[in-house]
Design a protein. Structure first.
Length: 243
């Protein structure tokens, strides 16, 4: 049995033998760490400041009424600039300023592509002025003055425009119409926010009232239109009438 002093001396001898290897191992780990950091730094510098990751292709989807060239012009992607340094938010804002664009998303697709996803505005109504037909979308935004697409109803009201409460009420009514009725509407006549009627293309009229109780009105209007008559009143959907 070894004494306490002998055991201590034995452990110290083992520690002395192992210490150089441990120190050498730490030196190797440190060396590889330094080399790794250096490599990462070089890669980061190349990716950030050189054309290695520059934009080479731009893919745009969702365009119909807006021209591809106009979107490219608004993107303003600098030639040779790294993908990491382009400002996708700023590019999206510039494209969104196009009147016919409702929303846009710009994404990096490494190593060298930018994808632009555009949602265009769709007219739900139009109104006439001396300048021409003003197209209005589902957010009551006037976004173009041009010939209205076939099937878009005309809005007849006193002071049409995006800021007009009656115009917004008319847009809200059109938004809740059943598709089978919507395709029949030729004109939306809005005298006030609670007095809106639909002139169908076959000459019949639907008295809709306001945008309230829309779900119930949508349920009763199509069965009501199967009856004989020229004026169909669903403004009070629990007490409908036909004349």
């Amino acid at each position: 049995m070894r004494s306490a002093d002998e055991r201590r001396a034995w452990w110290e001898e083992i520690a002395d033998r192992l210490r150089p290897e441990r120190v050498g191992g730490l030196r190797q780990v440190r060396l590889w760490s330094v080399l790794g950091v250096g490599v990462l730094t070089v890669v980061a510098v190349l990716a950030w400041f050189t054309p290695v990751l520059s934009v080479r292709t731009v893919d745009i989807d969702g365009l119909s009424a807006v021209g591809d060239a106009e979107v490219h012009e608004r993107l303003q992607i600098p030639s040779g600039r790294s993908m990491l340094r382009i400002d996708t938010d700023a590019m999206a804002r510039r494209v969104a300023d196009i009147p016919k664009v409702s929303s846009v998303r710009v994404q990096r697709e490494f190593p060298s592509s930018v994808r632009v996803s555009v949602v265009e505005r769709t007219p739900v109504l139009y109104f006439e002025s001396p300048q021409g037909a003003h197209l209005v979308d589902a957010q009551s935004t006037e976004f173009a003055i041009e010939a209205a697409p076939i099937g878009v109803p005309q809005l007849i009201t006193g002071n049409p425009g995006s800021a007009d409460p009656v115009t917004r009420a008319a847009v809200a009514v059109v938004a809740v119409l059943p598709p089978a009725l919507n395709i029949q509407v030729g004109e939306v006549v809005a005298r006030s926010i609670s007095d809106i009627s639909l002139k169908l293309q076959d000459g019949r009229t639907v008295l809709w009232g306001g945008a309230d109780d829309a779900e119930r009105k949508a349920q009763v209007v199509l069965p009501l239109l199967t009856r004989e008559g020229t004026v169909f009143d669903v403004s009070s959907p629990h007490l409908v009438t036909v004349k």
